[in-house]
Design a protein around this ligand. Structure first.
Ligand code: AMP
Length: 299
């Protein structure tokens, strides 16, 4: 099995009520690949500038992330700056500098084109489709999207959806795409647009899966130590797909278990700034949280 991710690699500057960091390693593909690396050897495709330090590459290779598809271009790495409100459920984007991401046109290394599992992290649906066209016969493709694409590239997004197994989006994006405020109806309506399953993320309130087996909802893993929610969604996706890539038992239980692993990875990420908490996470700690989920949800 093999898991491919295509997405952003960033320098993130973040302010939360717990403190701040400048130019920390982030980006959707980074969080995804790091979270998935607890289960499999992820293949990463992205672009960085010539300011990207060797120590960041080292951090990725130390987790056995395959960086053959990491392209270095002349210029600066993508930069993002965000500030969280007191409750940390909402954030303001203070600055986005696309830099080398602006002209990024991903060409997959030949060795990545046989990937069985593919995650198209948040980017334009046109670019997501171009990536998909380069992969021979993927077993499972999941994509993330956001309000910007729902509003500005609606037709392109609609033509991508039937090619996906799964679509991941947050609650406000699901309402926007379905034009329905009720999340159950929204999830069902988005499934009708093409993807076999839809996962709606609800931040600290958990996530809901809509599939042919019905609706499955889980709360977020209850952590008392939320430091920085950046990357929670991408870590959720990384945990979920990393687990799917490593567990080949038949559905429906597999996707449900993957939701739990995704939530555990997200809960760990939010306990530190950027990737910090994941850098000292142990696989045994992940399994402990999965066990706690089992106990917590039994009644
Ligand atoms: P999340 O908190 O899961 O929404 O992910 C936050 C990550 O997404 C940060 O590490 C950012 O660097 C990255 N990010 C923010 N805006 C964009 C964008 N327009 N394109 C790609 N990645 C982005």
């Amino acid at each position: 099995m093999s898991l491919l991710v295509v997405g952003s690699i960033a320098f993130d500057s973040i302010e939360t009520p717990k403190g701040s960091v400048e130019d920390a390693l982030g980006g959707s593909a980074t969080f995804f690949a790091y979270a998935a690396s607890f289960f499999t050897k992820p293949r990463l495709v992205g672009v960085v500038g010539d300011d990207f330090p060797a120590e960041h590459r080292q951090l990725l290779s130390a987790r056995d992330i395959d960086t053959t598809g990491l392209v270095t271009q002349t210029g600066k790495t993508f930069r993002w700056k965000g500030r969280y409100h007191q409750d940390m459920n909402t954030r303001d984007t203070i600055a986005v500098h696309l830099n080398v991401l602006n002209t990024f046109d991903p060409v997959l290394p030949e060795s990545f084109r046989d990937s069985s599992h593919v995650f198209l992290a948040n980017s334009s649906p046109v670019l997501q489709k171009k990536v998909l066209e380069q992969i021979h016969r993927p077993q499972l493709v999941m994509a993330d999207t956001m309000d910007l694409w729902i509003e500005t590239q609606h037709d392109e997004l609609m033509s991508l959806l039937p090619e996906l197994d799964g679509l991941l989006l947050n609650d406000s994006e699901a309402r926007l795409l379905s034009e329905d405020d009720n999340l159950v109806r929204a999830g069902q309506a988005i499934r009708q647009m093409g993807p076999k399953f839809v996962i709606i993320k609800k931040g600290e309130h958990g996530a809901v899966l809509f599939s042919e087996d019905g609706v499955f909802a889980i709360p977020a893993y209850p952590t008392a130590n939320v430091t920085d929610p950046t990357g929670a969604g991408d870590s959720f996706a990384g945990g979920l797909m990393g687990y799917l890539d490593s567990d080949q038992t038949p559905p429906p239980g597999r996707l449900r278990r993957a939701m739990v692993y995704g939530s555990v990875l997200a809960s760990l990420t939010v306990e530190g700034f950027g990737l910090d908490r994941l850098t000292w996470t142990k696989r045994s700690e992940i399994e402990e949280r999965v066990d706690q989920y089992r106990t917590m949800l039994a009644f």
